[in-house]
Design a protein. Structure first.
Length: 258
């Protein structure tokens, strides 16, 4: 069994874990999981993520408002609340933030304003950003370029190999989910091939995106080893090397001491 795995993106604050959250979390160290980052999607879920980080030694939190959840965004007030939350122990990033043009619930202009406000906050606080980009590659890249001091990760990366290389040049990280294990994952595989090993991280995006052979079921960090194995295969290294490298990359990126 692989050990020392870092699941850099899992939503244990999500309601899908309400029936058995403690049970799922307490089983993770026995499944080789060493660290987990739980990113918030709105203020309530960010508070929950911070609370979980307080209760579980291997869980760290990120705080942020997701583009799908930015409908109630209040300029000023919400940034203040995020700033206060970011000061809590074990908050290691601002996220998840970004643009989602697949779901049409929130106008693009609002999503962009909310993304910029939070990226500015990340820069101000010296924290990395966790970026969600769905069908918004061009606008995400434009906004990222407006903040040359910002550092972050494009999580569940869905862009091209060219875009991945561009992000690497800007000093950003790329993170992959179970999508790498899917049959139709050609684009993600090409992107993973294009990114140097020291810029890669792995994540489950639990409870979503379960890797093969669990596709369609509720995901959890215990499956992150399957993503690690697939990434290792793509990079031509052993799963152990991939686990070590992605753990080290994640620790550095989130400033979590070994
Ligand atoms: Ni997510």
């Amino acid at each position: 069994m692989l050990t020392g795995l870092f699941d850099t993106h899992a939503h244990y604050d999500a309601r899908q874990f309400d029936p058995d959250r403690d049970q799922v979390l307490s089983a993770l160290p026995g499944q080789g999981v060493e660290l987990v980052v739980d990113p918030g999607c709105d203020l309530a879920s960010s508070r929950k993520a911070v609370e979980l980080a307080g209760r579980w030694p291997f869980v760290y939190a990120a705080v942020g408002v997701h583009p799908e959840d930015c409908g109630d965004w209040k300029d000023g007030e919400d940034v203040e609340e995020l700033r206060a939350l970011a000061a809590r122990p074990k908050v290691v990033a601002i996220g998840e933030i970004g643009l989602d043009y697949y779901w049409k619930d929130n106008p693009r202009e609002l999503q962009q304003r909310v993304f910029r406000s939070q990226l500015a906050l990340a820069v101000e606080l010296g924290l990395p950003a966790i970026v969600h980009d769905r069908e918004a590659h061009g606008d995400c890249m434009d906004i990222v370029r407006e903040f040359p001091q910002a550092r972050g990760v494009f999580h569940c990366f869905s862009g091209s190999a060219e875009m991945a290389k561009e992000l690497v040049k800007l000093g950003w990280m790329i993170s992959f989910t179970g999508v790498l294990t899917y049959k139709n994952a050609r684009k993600a595989v090409e992107a993973a091939q294009a990114v140097p090993l020291d810029r890669l991280m792995i994540e489950t995006d639990s409870p979503y995106m379960a890797p093969v052979p669990h596709r369609g079921k509720r995901n959890h960090s215990g499956y992150v080893g399957l993503i690690c194995e697939r990434l290792a295969q793509i990079k031509g290294i052993t799963p152990e090397e991939c686990s070590r490298a992605t753990l080290e990359n994640g620790r550095k990126f989130f400033h979590i001491q070994g």
